[in-house]
Design a protein. Structure first.
Lengths: 283, 283
């Protein structure tokens, strides 16, 4: 046991890289609080046995003998038990919006990416987990074979990337979801990209995606937790003729994203709205 | 001038009801801080003249002689200037997520609702604003007549309602976006529904929409700011055979929304995932 006394039950692939986005969120949260937990390794098989029947899901941590079984409850526990360390959730209003943003990301990217990477997901899992991953994921996706589910993924990946514009527009205005520094909202969302890196046997995003800056900074956090050698490069998607643009190259600021500091700050938008912009000025 | 010394430049319809969602957010924010501002009335026409050339957009407030011209900057000003009054934005991490949630709501509902209510929007505006609203909105929507844009709205409204599931799932877990009490995230999102109420000449949501509880509580805030007689009832949408379900009547909890407190809390989901649930147990 390391001297900080926290044990983390991990959910890993054969490489030792974490697979579960929920465990990734907890790893980032522990790093943010300055903890370097003892890791109990393992995959999907035997969670109840490893944890003495405490849970069938991970993450779980044991902190000075106390078990906490859920990634949100763990983050809340860490803030309550260690208020002198950097804050994860600085206000009760952080959690509802973080949950909404994360649910949006699952709907628009994690779920669709799942349909592209399920074969690698299974092949990279621990040998004893192959049957579990195959049968549960085939059931989730309408009882189709994993090899059939991923067919056509090269046609789907550019659109999934295009779906992420709301993340990009938010990050144009803010270096982190936490503001000037990362908070647990960043951890929840970065965890989805760490999950992606754990399973993507072909890149999901183009090299020059504007999200890359935040993702790279996020993967570097806390001693480079996101730089585990078992992770794949998520950047390098090749766009073919006829594919949708993988991100918006000409985003237009409006009242939602741009602050009004006087007439000079809004005159461009006014010209657009009233039709008084020349094509030159619009460009 | 009222004794608290804050003046708000409003953006109104002919009824006197506020139309702009940005002004609505500021009205709620002022109410949250306990202020009852002096209102300078008016519509789209003559903003620069009314404000002495300070701005061509509203809201604007004047607080003890200081002009603040932007709804986010106003909220930040109110927290900084009046830290002893209820907090609007309790952590730097509130703003990025609130902006992302609001941009999502504009994309999925405000924009689509606009295509349903543009004629009422124009007809309810002040007489001197009719031409401005008509020409700017026709330009925004591809130079089509307002009367043509709204055609088929009865076919679109049920799907727009269905698009709001992320709000509903967040509010199943949390009474407000601020947690146990409303914060400025609630104000930003409620402002979109107040805008809706200002223009909807036919209801947008069904009577038993699960969002109604939060919307009703939100419209009642601060002396019932959302109960202005110029607003329409947004509930009462009639669903026809073949329409999409206006909301999910059987939401399934998963690891994103449900907290793991031990095996009993996850066994239902496990049965589903592993195919061991009977149809009875699934129901």
């Amino acid at each position: 046991m390391s001297d900080n006394g926290i044990t983390l039950y991990d959910l890993q692939l054969a490489s030792g890289a974490t697979i579960s986005p929920f465990v990734w969120a907890t790893k980032l949260a522990l790093g943010h609080k300055g903890f370097d937990p003892d890791i109990v390794p393992g995959g999907f098989t035997g969670i109840a046995e490893r944890t003495g029947g405490k849970t069938e899901r991970l993450p779980a941590i044991v902190d000075k003998g106390e078990w906490i079984l859920d990634s949100w409850l763990i983050a809340e526990h860490l803030d309550a038990a260690y208020p002198d360390r950097p804050t994860l959730i600085g206000d009760p209003g952080i959690r509802p919006s973080a949950q909404m943003n994360e649910a949006w990301l699952w709907q628009n990217a994690v779920g669709p990416w799942m349909t592209c990477y399920l074969v690698a997901y299974r092949d990279r899992s621990l040998p004893q987990d192959h049957d579990y991953v195959t049968s549960t994921r085939e059931r989730m996706f309408g009882n189709r074979k994993l090899e059939d589910i991923i067919v056509g993924r090269e046609d789907r990946l550019p659109q999934i990337s295009a779906n992420l514009e709301l993340l990009r527009s938010t990050l144009r205005e803010n270096p982190w979801f936490g503001g000037e520094t990362p908070n647990y909202t960043d951890h929840r969302l970065l965890a989805c990209f760490l999950w992606l890196a754990s399973v993507c046997d072909t890149p999901a995003l183009v090299e020059d995606d504007p999200l890359r800056d935040w993702i790279d900074r996020g993967f570097d956090l806390y001693g480079g937790l996101g730089r585990h050698p078992g992770l794949s490069n998520i950047f390098g998607l090749q766009i073919r003729d006829g594919d949708p643009e993988p991100f918006n190259r000409n985003p237009v600021a409006n009242g939602l994203s741009k602050r009004n500091t006087g007439v000079a700050s809004t005159s461009g938008e006014t010209a657009r709205i009233t039709g008084k912009a020349t094509e030159q000025a619009d460009a």
